[in-house]
Design a binder for this molecule. Structure first.
Ligand SMILES: Cc1cc2nc3c(=O)[nH]c(=O)nc-3n(C[C@H](O)[C@H](O)[C@H](O)COP(=O)(O)OP(=O)(O)OC[C@H]3O[C@@H](n4cnc5c(N)ncnc54)[C@H](O)[C@@H]3O)c2cc1C
Length: 411
């Protein structure tokens, strides 16, 4: 009997792959191996409503109840870490000493938070935020704390600062870069978010690194690279993540900021795919080789791989990337991908807090950032997917973005 599909990682990508395989009629064995001892769950709420919801209120983040997996014949093995891949023998070693054979293997191992070697990182009150267990511990401590410091002005650092302010804590965001979300958004959006966080009482300290954290058994202050001591009783280190590539690397697969895969998300070993946050893939949309940390990429990767395993030819990977972040009353949505732009067109009004930035590079529309303009985001995704050629003038002068869409895609 065939060993079926084995998926390493019970996160967004791994679970979507398992569900999609069954939805597409795959009749073989499906086994998902997950290191965390939790029924698989969504991560985005962990830095948002999970933190400020009343801890006594039940907030169910599980993708599906346990019975769903049983009914669909998906074997979930949780609290189980895969330690090695024997590619020649097509089997995995697990941390309980057992082995697991596979016909097709999907690596969906995600990422782990980076903790720089900073003195004081082992003090009580110093956290990272990746898993439900991390969020549970943080949520508990937020209730007794007065001041939270986020190290890093990325999405998680900013969302945390918002959650802390909402819970009545003083919050501070420290970032070594000269603007927040430097790698992800335009300067206009960075500046807008910095201003809104400051208006809500968060201290945003830019161009400033963390030298050390000091305290007794618990953290009491962070000391910046400028020599300033900032009082705090809770710190979250949110300076970025590293893809979990050790398994792949030790199995002789190529690793370069993620597990290197082709346009079908397959490694050079035809039996092994890599998807989601851990995969470094050629992005048909931007033309770049990238790694994306988003629910959209995890989900779309999973669907493409499931289609291939069930014998369909879905073509090469080409999805419009999109992402969202909630920071207090600010809803940021991003469609497309760009690491730089040479022309930004603004629609809407910065003052009103409802605007979109259309980012061009070398005459091509690459990405659209929307602040509290969900309709723009939806239309931007459609425009990018339709590959409509639009000049900055077209964008600036259109009364309604929908008029720029090909007729067949207008709603
Ligand atoms: C706090 C937070 C907020 C976020 N907010 C947003 C958001 O607003 N919008 C958005 O688009 N994205 C958001 N993201 C990102 C999004 O959650 C990820 O992109 C997505 O979860 C990636 O899915 P994945 O399956 O690739 O990885 P993961 O969800 O990280 O799952 C990987 C799993 O693999 C397991 N694993 C690793 N190695 C092994 C092994 N050897 N054996 C067994 N299991 C293993 C890990 O324990 C983990 O459970 C957020 C992430 C976090 C942490």
């Amino acid at each position: 009997m065939s060993s079926g599909v084995v998926i390493v990682g019970a996160g967004q990508a791994g679970i979507t792959a398992a569900f999609t395989l069954r939805d597409r009629g795959y009749g073989g064995l499906i086994t998902v191996l997950g290191a965390e001892d939790e029924l698989p769950y969504e991560r985005p709420p962990l830095s948002k409503n999970y933190l400020y919801a009343d801890p006594s209120a039940s907030l169910d983040l599980a993708f599906r109840p346990e019975q769903y997996y049983i009914d669909r014949g998906i074997t979930l093995r949780l609290g189980c870490t895969v330690t090695a891949i024997d590619r020649a023998g097509r089997q995995l070693s697990l941390d309980d000493g057992s082995a697991m054979p596979y016909t097709d293997l999907i690596l969906a191992t995600g990422t782990s938070p980076i903790v720089p070697p900073i003195p004081g990182a082992d003090l009580g009150g110093v956290h990272v935020l990746r898993s439900l267990a991390d969020a549970r511990a943080l949520r508990q401590e937020l209730r007794g704390a007065r001041h939270l410091t986020s190290i890093g002005g990325g999405f998680i650092g900013l969302e945390l600062a918002s959650a802390a302010s909402r819970l009545g804590l003083e919050s501070c965001v420290l970032d070594i870069a000269d603007r927040v979300l430097q790698r992800a958004v335009s300067t206009t959006t960075s500046d807008y978010l910095t201003a809104t966080h400051r208006q809500r009482g968060t201290r945003v300290q830019l161009s400033t690194g963390l030298a050390e954290m000091v305290g007794d058994d618990r953290v009491r202050a962070v000391v910046t690279t400028n020599g300033e001591s900032i009082r705090t009783d809770l710190v979250v280190i949110a300076v970025g993540v590293r893809p979990n590539t050790r398994l792949a690397q030790e199995a002789g697969l190529e690793v370069a900021n993620g597990i290197v895969v082709d346009e079908h998300l397959r490694t050079p070993d035809p039996a092994i795919f890599a998807i989601g946050d851990c995969a470094n893939f050629p992005d048909g949309f931007s033309g770049l080789r990238i790694r994306l940390e988003s629910v959209q990429a995890a989900t779309d990767h999973a669907r493409l791989v499931a289609a291939q395993i069930t014998g369909d030819d879905p073509g090469r990977y080409r999805s419009v990337p999109w992402f969202w972040s909630h920071q207090s009353t600010t809803k940021l949505q991003i469609a497309g991908y760009t690491s730089c732009s040479d022309k930004d067109i603004i629609r809407g009004d910065l003052e009103s807090g409802r605007f979109s930035i259309f980012r061009y590079d070398q005459g091509q529309l690459r990405a659209v950032e929307s602040i509290n303009r969900p309709a723009d985001h939806v239309n931007a995704r459609r425009l990018l997917a339709a590959e409509v050629s639009l000049t900055p003038d077209d964008i600036a002068s259109a009364a309604d973005l929908r008029s720029l869409l090909p007729v067949a895609t207008r709603v």
